[in-house]
Design a protein around this ligand. Sequence first.
Ligand code: FMN
Ligand code: 173
Length: 384
Amino acid sequence: MSFGNEVQAMVYQGVEKNIIPPSFEKLEQKAKEHLDAKPYDYVAASAGAEMTKRKNKQAFEKWNIIPRMLRDTSNRDLSTELFGRKLSFPILCAPVGVQSIIHPEGELASARAAAAMNVPFVASTASTYNLEKTSEVMEDKERWFQLYWSSDREIAASMVKRAEKAGYSAIVITLDTPMMGWREKDIDHAYLPFLQAEGIGNYLNDPVFLSRLDQSPEEDMTSAILLWSQIFGNPSLTWGDLDFIKAQTSLPIVLKGILHPEDARLAVQHGVDGIIVSNHGGRQVDGAVPAIDALPEIVDAVEHRIPVLMDSGIRRGSDIIKALAIGARAVLIGRPYMYGLALAGEDGVKQVLRNLIADFDLSMALSGKTSVAELNREILRKES
Ligand SMILES: Cc1cc2nc3c(=O)[nH]c(=O)nc-3n(C[C@H](O)[C@H](O)[C@H](O)COP(=O)(O)O)c2cc1C
Ligand SMILES: O=C(O)C(=O)c1ccccc1
């Protein structure tokens, strides 16, 4: 058997040392056995009855790929382009907060792994390690900053400016989480890692946040955590507020959490640079539409005016093919790389990314396509 390219060879060479199962289901199971119930459930679970989490998976199963034959797929190009920059793969690490609950090196390990694999890392506002530290470990590699827009808008502005200064090349504003969804398992466990000061690293060194405290966090962490809980989210935001953030930065602005085609049109009208179709991995509105099912109408509504990305339920290479064939420019992954982090830190995240890239490369070739640009709806049919 010959391997299609270097990515394939890399996967098989590493087989003996692999701790990361190639199957997502086995990976999730292994992470479950490895972690305590509270942090595992925080990562794995979703809102309510977890309907949307299940539907994200079922929806991918309803889209079928119709491979094309005899098309010389010996040379393949997995790259894509976003905001004038070339990405090696159409894959990014989604913003995931509080990674220290599953591995002591948290975001630093994930960021290092992403940098090593040439996969952009989207650093969350809710990180345990601050954005400057995370930036440092990535050297010159592509990184974006995800903003949770604080109800204290000077804090939001401060974080955006810090991100630009630290070398992040886009700002992702997450719209679907002005407050946490109804997460029954976390409520059962009475689990809130923030109360132990995990996930608030970006606030603890923010000059504006610190200026709002009477005493430093070292002297009085309880007050810092209390203030964080009061200013974290901002449910009062409206489309008109986007101008404020745009005025703070020259970086491209990407809106995350779009599911309605009309919101996609509004995003274009308000001059943002990209959108991410996402239901937050089912963690916010239980019963929300699967992101992959929302994608076609949104891609059509946007009419190529800005790039459309998607996440929520990407588990395998074939899922990536489906999203790109519908019209996404790139996809983000959340839980898969969290499980890699839980099991083996930086190395675990690298293996998860490597498996996904290799699977995507192979499945694209076997579908008769040689580049991301060639993927289109011609090779897809949806079961009714
Ligand atoms: C544990 C966890 C924490 C998350 N934290 C954030 C966050 O801080 N900011 C954000 O925009 N999205 C956050 N998300 C959502 C992810 O960015 C992404 O939308 C989601 O995980 C994609 O679905 P998937 O897990 O099925 O791949 C989080 C997801 C998980 C699982
Ligand atoms: O848990 C999440 O899904 C999430 O987005 C989040 C929100 C605030 C802090 C940490 C994570």
